[in-house]
Ligand binder design. Sequence first.
Ligand code: RFL
Ligand code: PHB
Length: 393
Amino acid sequence: MTTHTTVGIIGGGPAGLLLARLLHNSGVDCVVLESHDRAYVEQRQRAGILEQSTVDVLRAAGAGERLDREGLAHDGIELRFDRRAHRIDFPSLTGGRRVWVYAQTEVVKDLIALQLKDGPPLHFGAQVHAVEGADSDRPLVRYTHEAREQVLTCDYVVGCDGFHGVARSAVPDSVIRTYERIYPYSWLGILADVPPSCDELIYAHSPRGFALHSMRSPSVSRLYLQVPNGEDPADWPDERIWDELDARFAVDGDWTLARGPITAKSVLPMRSSVTEPMRYGRVLLAGDAAHIVPPTGAKGLNLAASDVTVLAQAFAHLKETGSAELLDSYSDTCLRRVWRAEHFSYFMTTTLHTDPAQSPFDTRLQLSQLDRIANSPHAAAELAENYAGLRIG
Ligand code: RFL
Ligand code: PHB
């Protein structure tokens, strides 16, 4: 069966769902095709931190009601190194900006509920296998849904299909370029049914490697440990995890890490990657389909939200004025923010983790940099501005 829409969106993650909502609010019709089922998409454990600008966009899109009730506003983070703790205060360093703890799972649930209530079509279990005609006026998407081959013809196709998606392959190799860096470590992430042992996130540099204390709610903690690539979570019984977290968060003075039942454990590799350009003909890429950052800077979901905000404005402008100028500048506009976030994520990652090949000299450089951030308002402001979100694009 063949159907037509103005904007065909591949992927029902945060990028695809938010774009659909923003387009719907501007009166631009679209269809979202998501390969997994609803439960899978809603349960996938990922990001936890939203920048103020992401919160503002979600509110403006009508998806801010539960976020305003249940989201936790954070005015800073703690950096821990050399057994010392240093707080970075965001509002005083950034002219009033802050971040929010509200899990990606919850953002996705809110957007799906809105979409199914009054939004344009969102098909789960719709596996896209090809995008054709990117350089024509009528690109098309081939997909399988309910065991039938289907075709969606579109004015534009947006690939919001993540790092392993298919949309990128619609762009010829001669046009596209990918810049990439793989890191020599991964994260072991856990969810635990225990109140967080801190009011704000703790990023810890230690001789045993990096650790992060985050949270999902006043009763659920989310913690991460740097581990070697290829590590098997089965080699990490609960007690080993808590002992290692204790050792890495060790600090002079009173502080204890509360332990509780671990309900989820997984290992995730770390990568930086940017694909340029983010547009070819009538196919546009957004979110993880175009760029990946290691999670240390908490930027991935926020970049996805920023891309689709720019894109939705461009489609609204096209509908109102007939002009494609904002679509033409989409890639350049987004890439400025993307490369800044890439640098910040790389900086946070390489400053806080221990590279297995690192020399004692490298470690002293890391500690010197962290000490500089702890003692210079200028260095702290650079971190705070990037973490809380820059005003670019
Ligand atoms: P997603 O979320 O990967 O969604 C892509 C969707 O496309 C679907 N799909 C297809 N559908 C149809 N046909 C096909 N052929 C398809 N191929 C794929 C997939 O099923 C999926 O539903 O990409 P999107 O929307 O661009 O969103 C990006 C974010 O998910 C990602 O950047 C963040 O999770 C990154 N991230 C963090 N970002 C933050 O801003 N703050 C954080 O604190 C933060 N923490 C994290 C993170 C990512 C993590 N992992 C697992 C990599 C913590 C972790 C542990
Ligand atoms: C999370 O809560 O999952 C989280 C928070 C901050 C990060 C990465 C992940 O930098």
